[in-house]
Ligand binder design. Structure first.
Ligand SMILES: [Fe+2]
Ligand SMILES: [Fe+2]
Length: 148
């Protein structure tokens, strides 16, 4: 049972962020698969740890672009990242202390909400503002210069 397939509508049009989102999407899928296959705590722990760390890397990438683009909702968006980090840390600590794969169900629910309500709404809005501020460059072909 897999989490989902990647869809074109998930793309923000910011290559660095889209690459991160694909990695996170894949890790969520791996967590989903590991849980569905009934893997033990050790395997779940490894995927959870990689995901937990990569979320921080991704937030740092995204926030660096907020600063570089004058994004108006930077502060509330960063607060949403901090809130999610706090929830993820709390659940991770709980998971490690209890060593109970059932906590994974709670984690998968949290990640599912984060994907749909943060990535597909808040990040998508950032993507819209970014694309407005950074329209794609029109590539000049060699024919253009010959016509001048
Ligand atoms: Fe994101
Ligand atoms: Fe974000």
């Amino acid at each position: 049972m897999s989490f989902d397939d990647w869809q074109e509508r998930y793309e923000l049009g910011i290559p660095e962020i889209d690459r991160d989102h694909r990695i996170l999407f894949d890790l969520i899928g791996q967590l989903h698969d590991a849980h569905a296959a009934g893997h033990g705590v050790e395997r779940l722990d490894y995927v959870f740890q990689v995901l937990h760390d990569y979320v921080q890397t991704h937030f740092a990438h995204e926030e660096a672009l907020f600063a570089a683009s004058g994004y108006a909702q930077a502060e509330p968006h960063k607060q949403a990242h901090r809130r999610f980090t706090g929830e993820l840390d709390g659940l991770y600590r709980h998971y490690r202390a209890a060593g109970n794969p059932r906590i994974c169900i709670e984690l998968l629910g949290m990640l599912n909400n984060w994907w749909h309500f943060h990535v597909l709404e808040d990040d998508a809005e950032f993507g819209r503002q970014w694309r407005q501020a950074h329209p794609p460059q029109i590539q000049r072909s060699s024919t253009d210069s010959r016509l001048e």
